[in-house]
Design a protein around this ligand. Structure first.
Ligand SMILES: O=c1ccn([C@H]2C[C@H](O)[C@@H](COP(=O)(O)OP(=O)(O)OP(=O)(O)O)O2)c(=O)[nH]1
Length: 368
């Protein structure tokens, strides 16, 4: 049975509606869906069998398909099969195993998975005739492709590797104004008195540090080894990351073009009938960038799903000039949106989640 909605229903599809969308032909897969591919509010996207190394990133624009653009831009074709290395500084386009035949009232948005963002692997989803990355127009019928560009570490990927995820939505249902003030009062979205709630919930960076030695984060080392994106708890932190500790002034100077993993000062919560996305706090401040991977799942940080006190992990880069961050400085905003219904399973509830109740946490690939 296809999904049926009332005229005023708005929000993000939970797990069981994503399953229905698949069984009713709205999501088409060249290989059957894996059991754990559907998350509380998103679908993990899997790499297909080939990667095209292209000269440059592109958007197809209204008159071209991605396949046509790949034909004119490709430098090399790599079979992914059981494994292939994607090198830093190169741009690859990979057809995904999932394609879409969305009903006219459903659109979608994509984001790198948190594990991908924490490795500084830049990914974006491209659809035919798209004018922007990571946004799928309502009613889209066609294939999906992933643009991949590893920035710091070369990565080993294979057919079926999951680097990005997709949310499906019916209209938009952002929580703003008084509704956001009420939600913060009721649920404590961030554990801070007088939190800044303009255009989402402001999230600041923690530079006071965690634990006895005041760890504030990690800076990625250059020229370190390869990371297999499908291996968990495999790599030594010290070979890939330099730990950073709090200084007396609780500041951190971001060096241009270095990659940092930091944590939020506030614990954050996403109530079960909401989903959130981390967005840059002000697009006009171009000095640094937080976040490739911005989706926060329903149940993240919730007591009932074992997440009490979860911090947001932040992926940070400075651009042209060195930039000083101060303890508590706002670096991002969490924008909350309604779910169409509460998911059957929340983030962290026996679904193998990696980052529930996290403090300062590197990606799952590293041994702690
Ligand atoms: O930049 C981010 C993005 C997400 N998260 C948190 C919230 C989110 O709910 C959780 C998991 O994110 P995601 O589902 O993208 O990660 P994953 O790599 O698929 O991990 P998992 O296997 O735990 O789902 O990590 C962050 O702290 N920082």
């Amino acid at each position: 049975m296809p999904l049926a909605f009332g005229p005023t229903d708005r929000g993000i599809l939970p797990d069981r509606m994503i399953a229905t969308l698949t069984s009713s032909g709205g999501i088409i897969t060249s290989v059957p869906l894996a059991d754990d591919q559907i998350q509380p509010a998103s679908l993990d996207l899997r790499l297909g069998e080939v990667a095209y190394r292209v000269r440059a990133s592109f958007l197809p624009g209204p008159r071209a398909t991605v396949a046509e653009r790949i034909d004119s831009l490709k430098l090399h074709e790599i079979a992914l099969g059981d494994g292939a290395v994607l090198e830093t500084g190169c741009v690859y386009i990979v057809p995904l195993q999932e394609s879409l035949a969305l009903p006219a009232d459903l659109g979608a948005a994509a984001n790198p998975k948190s594990s991908t963002g924490r490795l500084d692997v830049f990914t974006r989803v491209i659809a035919d005739t798209a004018r922007s990355f990571d946004r799928i127009e309502p009613g889209y019928h066609g294939p999906l492709y992933l643009e991949i560009s590893p920035r710091t570490f070369p990565v080993l990927v294979r057919e079926g590797s999951r680097l990005a995820q997709m949310r499906f939505h019916r209209g938009r249902s952002l929580v703003a104004g008084d509704a956001l003030v009420d939600l913060q009062a009721r649920e404590g979205l961030v554990d801070e008195e007088g939190a800044d709630l303009a255009e989402g919930v402001a999230v600041g960076v923690d530079l006071a540090g965690f634990g006895p030695d005041g760890l504030i984060g990690y800076r990625a080392k250059h020229h370190s080894g390869l990371i297999d994106v499908d291996r968990r708890a495999r790599y030594d932190v010290a070979e890939y990351w330099e730990p950073l500790h709090a200084n007396r002034g609780k500041t951190l100077i971001l060096d241009p073009d270095e990659f940092y993993i930091l944590a939020s000062k506030q614990a954050v919560t996403v109530p079960p009938d909401f989903a959130a996305e981390m967005v840059p706090f002000d697009p006009l401040v171009g000095e640094f960038r937080v976040h490739y991977a911005g989706f926060f799942d329903p149940g993240f940080g919730c007591d009932e799903a074992g997440g009490h006190g979860s911090r947001a992990v932040l992926e940070v880069r400075s651009h042209e000039v060195p930039f000083i961050l101060e303890h508590g400085q706002t670096v991002g905003r969490l924008v909350y949106e309604h779910m169409l219904a509460q998911p059957d399973q929340l983030y962290g509830e026996g679904i193998g989640s990696n980052y529930q109740a996290q403090g300062l946490k590197l990606s799952k690939h590293f041994r702690v």
